[in-house]
Design a protein around this ligand. Sequence first.
Ligand code: ZN
Ligand code: ZN
Length: 470
Amino acid sequence: MKTMRNILTVAGKGKLAMDKWVVHRSVFLLCSGISLAFQNSLIPDGKHFDSLPTCQNNNNISSSSYMKERIVELANDPHMVDWMKKIRRQIHENPELAFEEFETSKLIRQQLDQMGISYRWPVARTGVVATLGSGSSPFVALRADMDALPIQEMAEWGHKSKVDGKMHACGHDAHSAMLLGAARILKQLQDTLQGTVVLIFQPAEEQGQGGRDMIAEGVLDNVDAIFGLHTVHRYPTGVVASRPGEFLAGCGSFKVKIIGKGGHAAIPQDSIDPILAASTAVISLQNIVSREIDPLDSQVVSVAMIHGGTAFNFIPEFATIEGTFRAFSKKSFNALRERIKEVIEAQAAVYRCSSEINFTGTEHLTIPPTVNDARIYEHVRRVSIDILGEGNVELAPSFMGSEDFAFYLENVPGSFLFLGIRNERIGSIYQPHSPYFTIDEDVFPVGASIYAAFAHSYLSNSTRILNSFD
Ligand SMILES: [Zn+2]
Ligand SMILES: [Zn+2]
């Protein structure tokens, strides 16, 4: 079994044998009692080693420095790693789709019960919201998702999905296991928590509705900051990446009915042709991004479905088109949506048709852009560097995918992180939603320790973090 010490060898950035590495600390202490910027990283032996400086007014250097070492130690404990793997594999074998995560939720609650962590349930049908710490302010939230996908697993391995047509192909089983790992770590450090940690296990991320419903049921009440992560194959195991500001695109869908007047195709003058109107609407929609949008402001409009007619010689009453649109800023996202509406209505009118446009997306909910708060992003970055070393923490480019974590970020400052899981050696190379999707389970101590370290150090430094860009 591998621990975080040899994960760095997998990450490709640390090919050295890990016994040659020692803990290095660059320590800057603020003697007011708040440790300001510890950077504990693993560097090759013999390069440099600073012992912890003493700070006369600060006998408690635990929050940022010692605790991160303790957190990493707890996360790497072989029993902890085995336990997270066992939970993840159990969830993986029994995948449940959005809002049906009853057994997954039960398993999570059982583990919380065993740890003596209290929780609220059900929240948004299957969701679980646990709390630990002082019970008073500040409150910091950590989020994981629980739902699987309607995909048949094709990968052959010992813990393959036992449910035909359902699979954890997006890593949410791993997210839940790692958040439970963080809960176990934080429970052991409970006496040192300078506030309250809120653990959010949410349903239905894939539908884009779980986060929104959890918020509607008050999970963010009192919460000052939130952190979430997602496994990705873009980065190797042991590497994480994020960016401040606009990170993931907002995702909207549209469903349009263009209504004309049916009639024989040989007598077009007696009909109003919705096929022609739909066709020109599709073409005109392409001009929005290519002719009206700043090329440096990435946006997408795609029509992916078009239906109309039942016979080759009969002009139908109506035609439908459906598609998606994406943008990174809320301003661009809302403007794009408005232009799509104008173009479709105008093109329908040109051909004497009427139109009905539905943006509500009952099947595919509109998800706003995921915009990381710069202060919380910076805190996540520092915590990640402390745990993984500077070379394993990257600035991610903006990504056109979307995440319902965006709903949380619309309500409280927070940050979302990509957690690398690429490992060619074990076949962890497939994109999310692939039937061959495979998780490199060596990532579990990385994810659990970043979750835990983020929360623990946020509570100790919340005022400084939230004022850091003022
Ligand atoms: Zn997904
Ligand atoms: Zn996902």
